[in-house]
Design a protein around this ligand. Structure first.
Ligand SMILES: [Zn+2]
Length: 111
């Protein structure tokens, strides 16, 4: 499926319709309506594939940007880890370092 591009479907469909119309103009008894239907289906598939290709290209670029931003945030994380975490005491609301086993103001145990 991937080997046959949307453009080839489009060209094949146009060629099929053109060919069937050409035969029908030469011979009225020839029933080429099926070929015209198949040709139009081919054109539909071709246009669909081309549109899908264009949409996928449009989608791929923001995804790459997202991956870049994720990498940037991951690079920023070590800096955040280096900074001491500050937690609020559930008893008095005083700010304490997360490494403290108990509150430095009211001496309430955190763990
Ligand atoms: Zn406290």
């Amino acid at each position: 499926m991937a080997k046959i591009g949307g453009l080839w479907f489009l060209l094949l469909g146009i060629a099929m319709i053109w060919f069937s119309l050409f035969i029908q103009s030469k011979n009225d008894s020839a029933k080429m309506s099926l070929f015209i239907i198949v040709g139009s289906v081919f054109i539909m598939i071709g246009t669909f594939k081309l549109i899908k290709k264009i949409i996928l290209k449009d989608i791929k670029t923001p995804v790459q940007n997202q991956q870049r931003s994720q990498n940037q945030s991951q690079q920023q994380n070590p800096f955040q880890r280096q900074q001491p975490q500050i937690i609020r005491c559930p008893n008095c609301g005083a700010r304490n370092y997360a490494t403290n086993p108990f509150c430095s103001y009211c001496k309430m145990r955190f763990r």
